[in-house]
Design a protein around this ligand. Structure first.
Ligand code: ZN
Length: 94
């Protein structure tokens, strides 16, 4: 397998060290997969959301797919998956 690399914040990182993350319009992480599962945002999005119609709708609604380093993942996506992020509480106050 080729050693795919990407640039994050000016640093070259191996895709194997990264995660693709699907963020909803509120910036809340919805799904995550290992960086080497896709070569670019389009491919990663296709993987997260197989149906073209659903992808188009997500794009219209403001969903984004981003490549995060492990450090970024822990900060920006980790809390969403652990249920401790601020995004949901902002939308649905307890
Ligand atoms: Zn969140």
């Amino acid at each position: 397998m080729p050693d795919l690399t990407a640039q994050i914040d000016g640093q070259m990182v191996s895709l194997i060290e990264c995660h693709w993350v699907l963020f909803d319009p509120d910036g809340c992480a919805q799904a995550s997969k290992y960086g080497d599962a896709a070569v670019d945002e389009t491919a990663a999005h296709r993987d997260f959301t197989p149906r073209q119609r659903d992808r188009d709708r997500q794009t219209r609604q403001g969903y984004t797919v981003q490549l995060l380093s492990k450090t970024q993942w822990r900060k920006q996506a980790g809390p969403c998956f652990y249920g401790t992020c601020q995004h949901r509480t902002a939308t649905w106050p307890i």
